[in-house]
Design a protein around this ligand. Structure first.
Ligand code: CU
Length: 163
């Protein structure tokens, strides 16, 4: 009788050991499948690179400062020489571009024809424009609100690098 009870106990513990092995195997399988699935989904989960810029607008220039970006994203401005755009913004193709524009002196605007971005910025206010730089090349951006005699040269260049 005692022997039978012992073997029953032994049988049970063997069974539970077997159960643990099976459950562990199932768990490992689930984890592996999940990892494989996530690896496949990874490109979709990777966030789009973002370039975020604070930019002031005043007669007759833009002054951008990159506040979030990556190596290769650049914003440069020089005093306007009366003929050429004073500012260049450089991003990579595919970048998500966010520009917060503040009009300091009078109402200004901001437009990029090829990206269908057009906005006006009332004096003292900040307006945010967002677009995905999905076309490579050099694009003129310009003031869309008549802001004074120098308005025609209130422009800049957006450079989108890539193919
Ligand atoms: Cu302007």
């Amino acid at each position: 009788m005692a022997n039978q009870g012992e073997s029953k106990k032994k049988g049970l513990s063997m069974r539970s050991r077997y159960l643990v092995v099976i459950l562990t195997a199932i768990l490992v399988l689930i984890v592996s499948v999940t990892i494989l699935y996530l690896q496949q989904q990874l490109p979709a989960l990777t966030p789009t690179p973002t370039v975020e810029i604070n930019m002031t607008a005043k007669q007759f220039r833009y002054d951008p400062v990159i506040i979030r970006g990556h190596e290769g994203a650049e914003a440069t401005s020089v005093p306007p020489d009366g003929q050429f755009a004073n500012v260049t913004i450089k991003v990579h193709k595919g970048d998500s571009v966010i520009i917060h524009i503040t009009a300091l002196d009078v109402t200004h605007g901001f437009g990029i024809q090829e990206y269908n971005v057009f906005t006006s910025i009332p004096v003292g206010q900040t307006v945010t424009v967002e677009f995905v730089a999905n076309q490579a090349g050099k694009f003129l951006f310009y003031c869309t609100a008549f802001c004074g005699t120098g308005h025609p040269r209130h422009t800049g260049i957006l450079i989108v690098e890539g193919d």
